[in-house]
Design a protein around this ligand. Structure first.
Ligand SMILES: Nc1ncnc2c1ncn2[C@@H]1O[C@H](COP(=O)(O)OP(=O)(O)OP(=O)(O)O)[C@@H](O)[C@H]1O
Ligand SMILES: [Mg+2]
Length: 175
């Protein structure tokens, strides 16, 4: 089974991915493939980010995958050919704190908490052909998040069904 572990930046994908790797899962951090120059990129100066062709990324991942199950970690992973997408979620105000402690600019924080508040990645994931689950990490430790992911990987779906996370109370307070 190929699994995408996705979510807005700062939701804890890489931290949880490392814990899954320690637990014996094959975990591929997509940003490593980009950093290693295995995928071509275009610099988006306006957004200060690297644009990646997800079709090319898909090809590169497929050609470098070992046999068996694997978890693909990254905020573009839900665009790849996977069987299951796990979306990590975080309440925007808490996400803002996490991004601030990484030293991110106010503009980048704003852009990302808006995306989280409007379910951008969840909606993109639901638009794919894969099964989707979402995990609210707001009150979870990194270990708790990894444990919830393991539950989904073990087949739990109802507890993490799409639609149980809702930031509309907080989003409405922005207006
Ligand atoms: N469950 C958690 N609770 C609180 N803080 C967390 C949790 N998981 C990760 N963090 C912290 O939040 C920050 C972002 O975590 P991480 O780098 O894993 O996010 P990410 O989703 O991989 O982000 P990116 O998309 O930018 O790679 C880190 O400083 C990390 O220590
Ligand atoms: Mg990461």
């Amino acid at each position: 089974m190929l699994v995408a572990l996705t979510g807005t930046p700062g939701t804890g994908k890489s931290t949880a991915g490392e814990l899954l790797r320690s637990g014996g899962w094959t975990v591929i951090e997509l940003s490593d493939l980009v950093r290693q120059g295995k995928v071509s990129t275009v610099l988006d100066r306006e957004r200060d980010s690297l644009e990646v062709d997800t079709d090319e990324l898909d090809e590169v991942v497929r050609s470098s995958l070992p046999e068996g199950d694997a978890v693909l970690v990254g905020h573009l992973s839900h665009f790849l050919s996977v069987d299951l997408v796990i979306v990590l979620r975080c309440r925007p105000s808490v996400l803002a704190d996490r991004l601030r402690s990484r030293g991110w600019s106010d503009r980048k924080i704003r852009e990302n908490i808006e995306a989280e508040g409007c379910d951008v990645i969840l909606v993109e994931a639901v638009d794919s052909d894969a099964e989707v689950a979402e995990i609210d990490t707001t009150h979870l430790s990194a270990e708790g998040t990894a444990a919830a992911i393991e539950e989904v990987l073990a087949g739990e779906r109802e507890k993490y069904a799409v639609g149980h996370v809702d930031w509309s109370d907080e989003v409405m307070s922005w207006f």
